[in-house]
Design a protein around this ligand. Structure first.
Ligand SMILES: [Zn+2]
Length: 1040
């Protein structure tokens, strides 16, 4: 073998031999394709709708030409392509090549057969690998072309709002002869070239690879394929030189991360799934070793409904173990904002789907692209049969590099799951030498484990893996100098990691993504819809379950509820709450078309939910709702929360008047109110000479200045002041909000340097309700140049918090509105509610890990407490928050312009509240008050006779929250209840019920009984034992 004298010239010589740009007249690349032949005819039909094949082919088609452009954006063009293969091509591999800017699907004989997306390197449909005389030489194909790119149609940049007028050009449609032998040589040479370049000149393997490549060029006569085998043998000799035993093992798995909606609407995702998965199926037919990990039950359900033929093929490959369902959830949801129960339902609906469709549940949770992961997830995964977790998103951290790729992740309750981040920091690899070397080099747990994952394939409609990726990795399976690469499965990977896990470290608490923290606030209406609909479904389930338990004639609306959580009927594309929790929808990082769909789904949950609730109440309280002659008006008040509540409510009186009454309603039950309770102490509201107003109710006393700011907030019992001297709480502040790139996603640290207090008064503070059961005051402010804010500050009799009912007309651009509460509390940690629990985050910025959390998320409350006293902020639909020093802030509104230029413009209404308390927040009942603020009592006017109050459930310990009451999924006539320990304590609690419970069984989150033991029903109820933040589910079998 002639060894090259000069490293660089040899290297570049090989490069030119492969170049797509230079010397294609005489190099190897120029020989990849042989003869070409245009279609016999090409015609098209265009429609604004996404229509089925049957409907499309019946339309009238017009002549089309290569070079024509089609559009505008979101239209669909159907092309009819008649092909006639020249007889001279006998024995050759023939491809139909299609290149356009849009996303294409080839249909043949009424079946989808191949996705064609240039951006995913999918431009060929292989008609035959060796044209035979007997094969038909003429055929008709249809190409369904979506007028959008892989990433939608952003005007100017990927995440800019879509350009509505974009045109999509058809640049190629032809038959070609494909020279497979040239292709194989190209792949050989590319790998050798990469080895030579990337291993470095000083590395022996680099020189060996270059030497072989150089010799291959010498041996190869591009005009004479008979010289190719000798060249290939030279490459094979290098590739077959094996590694030593210590080499790292890479588990490669095909993947195609498809966002369920993002820069395109939900409906397009259905087609993206079909295009991508049919491509994967074609590839599997030719490569029986190919594996493909595929998440999101929703996407399977879409393909099942819309592409039943394709779905059957997928089922076959699932059975063969090649097409591998993973994740276990309905969609790859946001990991921060969904409630605990929503997270459970993501798994419950997902795992049930996978069990029903494929005969098994998933054993890995799969969330590669989601923006941070709640510290409650490990317990929820464990409860749903999952011990393993894969993501890679924390590689996006802006400040701190996460210290592990393989580790145990421990949640707030102590549950641990084996977690793996593919060390190549991507879920869209291409099977290249560079990526393999990065995977090994980057791995932060090198000495501890010797296996890692490698997910390859184009995502988001790019059709996943390609033949070339597979062919590259075949050559790298065991080649000295490169890591071992095997096509593998998630199970094989995690099983290997489990065997090596004894040395692994444990990360405790949340996996916080130090980026995308604007997604706690962007698209406020979506956030509000989520919180409200979580509450609606909670209430409908509680009331329906109680109605069912009380009256076996009542039909629990199982199928309607399933549709509101997620869609169950074939052909239905409107999938509701769980779908909207997808990681670009609930976070608000989607285009306007998606926002419109999402808000419509919430509207449907509200509408259908209201009807279902009414039916449940009618059944549950039938006797109470039957009017009795002679009875004056009374009110039925229902409480869906598991504790007794005494609150001021408004009830309808004669002639549409509303009157306030103070009522007490038992836990998860109801009361009929005729004579209202007398308030122990009325609310008093007084205006002072300086225009400020004082409000008090015997529990707290507030003093507000003319701009509605709290200058004092006292707990009357102790005279403890909450607002520091000289400070104002309920202070609005406006910040500049211009991130580096990800507009709807990111709030950057430097925004804090642009703070401007909102101090332009439009309408000074005035009294709107003078007191008694309720006192209120209101004022208006100008925000920025053109936005306004009106607030009503409300204090109810007996209530320990002050409520701020806020209306904003929001017309800003790149501004961030927050409200600040400086409080007279000193603590280095603040507490934030998360799913089924809470956690602490520092209030200081000592380390980079501390300050990187300058903007964080919380659910219904956050609290700053020192020993014996604290102040809590409650909210009814906000998620962004921060606590720095002694200032608690709630993030209210943002105004990003990409990818939705209209994001958050318009009217907003939301409520937050401030609650000072003695003792700890646990002892003060903060958790319960936050629930009560979010779940108002329900009232129904009635004329029934007085009757005693009724309670279905109560829990003996304030540490334990009974969150969920629903019908069991598989056992009509049985109820599932879910409780959790909310204080962070070890405690025994008794669950009491007045329902006819015959038997009680502990179950997991998938409602499968745990252990054989039945719980004893004792006088005090069911004895339940909790450790901190433990979630317990019980199956209650009712007496028929
Ligand atoms: Zn994604």
């Amino acid at each position: 073998m002639a060894a090259p004298k000069h490293w660089r010239t040899a290297l570049e010589r090989v490069e030119k031999f492969l170049s797509e740009t230079y010397f294609t007249d005489c190099n190897l690349r120029g020989r990849l394709f042989g003869d070409r032949c245009p279609p016999a005819s090409l015609s098209y039909f265009q429609t604004p709708r996404r229509i089925p094949y049957d409907e499309a082919v019946r339309q009238e088609f017009k002549l089309a030409q290569v070079g024509d452009s089609f559009g505008p954006t979101w239209e669909t063009c159907w092309f009819k392509v008649e092909l006639s293969i020249p007889p001279a091509w006998a024995g050759r591999e023939v491809h139909f090549v299609w290149e356009s800017d849009g996303e294409g699907m080839v249909w043949r004989d009424a079946q989808p057969v191949q996705g064609l997306t240039k951006e995913g390197e999918k431009t060929s449909y292989i008609l035959t690998s060796s044209m035979k005389e007997t094969e038909p030489h003429s055929l008709t194909l249809y190409v369904e072309l979506a007028c959008n790119g892989l990433f939608g149609a952003g005007k100017g940049s990927m995440i800019a709002p879509p350009d509505p007028d974009r045109r999509f050009t058809l640049s190629k449609a032809e038959l070609v002869v494909f020279n497979r032998d040239v292709y194989e040589l190209l792949v050989d040479l590319e790998i050798l070239l990469d080895m030579a370049q990337l291993l470095g000149e000083e590395n022996q393997r680099s020189s060996q690879a270059l030497c072989a490549a150089n010799q291959m060029v010498n041996v190869c006569d591009v005009t004479d394929p008979s010289t190719f085998p000798a060249a290939r043998a030279l490459a094979a000799a290098i590739f077959s030189q094996r590694n030593g035993e210590s080499q790292h093992s890479i588990h490669a798995m095909g993947h195609c991360h498809i966002d369920s909606a993002w820069l395109w609407p939900y409906e397009e995702t259905i087609r993206k799934c079909a295009r991508s998965w049919v491509t994967v199926v074609r590839l599997m037919e030719r490569n029986p070793e190919l594996t493909f990990a595929c998440s999101q039950a929703q996407q399977f359900e879409w393909v099942r409904s819309w592409y039943p033929g394709l779905y059957e093929q997928i089922q076959d490959f699932v059975a063969k173990g090649q097409f591998i369902p993973v994740g276990g959830t309905w969609v790859e949801m946001d990991g921060n904002l969904p409630s605990g129960e929503s997270m459970v339902r993501q798994f419950l609906q997902g795992q049930r789907f996978f069990q029903q469709q494929f005969g098994r549940v998933c054993s890995e949770f799969w969330l590669p692209d989601t923006f941070g992961y709640s510290a409650q997830l490990p317990q929820l995964m464990q409860g749903c049969g999952i011990r393993r977790f894969l993501t890679q998103k924390l590689s996006w951290n802006l400040v701190n590099s996460f210290p592990h790729h393989t580790f145990f992740w421990e949640g707030i309750d102590g549950s641990r799951v084996l977690t793996h981040f593919p060390p190549g920091d991507s879920y869209g690899m291409h099977g290249r030498v560079e990526e393999m070397l990065k995977t090994v080099k980057n791995n932060k747990d090198k000495g501890r484990v010797n296996h890692s994952a490698f997910l390859f394939g184009f995502g988001d409609g790019g059709g996943g893996p390609t033949q070339k990726m597979l062919d590259r990795m075949k050559r790298m399976s065991d080649t000295d100098g490169l890591p071992r690469v095997q096509i593998s499965t998630p199970d094989q990977l995690f099983s290997a990691l489990e065997k090596e896990s004894s040395q692994l470290y444990t990360w405790v608490g949340e996996l916080f993504l130090e980026l995308h923290n604007g997604t706690y606030t962007s698209q406020a209406q979506i956030k509000k819809g989520n919180r409200e609909c979580e509450r609606i479904l909670h209430d409908v389930e509680v009331l329906s379950a109680l109605a069912m338990a009380q009256d076996c004639g009542f039909q629990y609306p199982a199928s309607q509820l399933q549709r509101l959580w997620r869609c169950g009927t074939a052909g239905c594309s409107a999938v509701l709450l769980l779908l909207n929790q997808f990681h670009d929808v609930l976070p608000g990082s989607c285009i306007q078309l998606v926002v419109e769909d999402a808000l419509e789904y919430y509207a449907e949950i509200r509408r259908v939910g209201a009807g279902l609730q009414q039916e449940a109440v009618q059944s549950l309280c039938r006797e109470l709702l039957e009017p009795e002659a002679g009875n004056a008006g009374s009110t039925l008040v229902l409480n869906t929360l598991p504790w007794e509540r005494t609150e001021v409510i408004s009830r309808a009186g004669a002639a549409g008047t509303e009157t306030l009454v103070l009522v007490t309603v038992p836990s998860m039950g109801y009361a009929v109110v005729r004579e209202p309770l007398l308030s122990p102490q009325p609310v008093v509201v007084r205006k002072r000479e300086d225009g400020s107003i004082a409000m008090e109710n015997g529990v707290i006393a507030a003093c507000l200045d003319v701009m509605g700011r709290l200058t004092s907030l006292q707990l009357l019992d102790s005279q403890r002041e909450s607002v520091p001297d000289g400070c104002c709480a309920n202070q609005f502040a406006l910040f500049d909000d211009v991130p580096l790139y990800w507009d709807a996603w990111d709030v950057m640290d430097y925004y804090l340097e642009t703070r401007k207090p909102v101090t332009t008064l439009l309408k000074p503070l005035e009294i709107t309700l003078a007191g008694g059961l309720r006192g209120s005051v209101s004022f208006s402010l100008q925000i920025g140049k053109s936005s306004t804010l009106t607030q009503e500050i409300i204090l109810d009799a007996t209530c320990p918090y002050l409520r701020f009912l806020t209306q904003v007309e929001w017309k800003e651009a790149h501004k961030f509105l927050k409200v600040e509460f400086p409080v007279q509390v000193r603590s280095t940690n603040a507490t934030y509610e998360i799913q089924f629990g809470h956690l602490q985050r520092p209030t200081h910025w000592n380390t980079s890990w501390d300050w990187a959390r300058f903007e964080v998320w919380a659910h219904k409350w956050l609290d700053l407490s020192e020993h014996g006293f604290g102040v809590t902020l409650l909210n009814d639909c906000k998620y962004g928050a921060s606590a720095h020093g002694n200032i608690l802030s709630l993030s209210l509104l943002r105004a990003p312009k990409s990818p939705d230029a209209t994001a958050d413009m318009g009217h907003h209404q939301f409520t937050y509240a401030v609650m000072p308390h003695l003792g700890s927040f646990q002892d003060a009942g903060v958790i319960q008050h936050a629930y009560s603020l979010n779940c108002p009592l329900h009232t129904v006017p009635t004329r029934s006779a007085p009757s005693p109050p009724w309670s279905a459930f109560s829990v003996s310990s304030p540490a334990v929250v009974l969150e969920t009451v629903k019908q069991a999924e598989d056992r009509p006539g049985a109820i599932v209840v879910r409780l959790y320990e909310a204080h962070g304590s070890t405690v025994i609690a008794w669950l009491q019920t007045s329902l006819p419970v015959e038997e009680a069984i502990l179950c997991d989150l998938l409602e499968r009984p745990v252990g054989a033991e039945r719980l004893q029903l004792e006088q005090q109820g069911l004895r339940l034992s909790f450790t901190p933040f433990r979630v317990l589910s019980l199956l209650l079998i009712l007496r028929q």
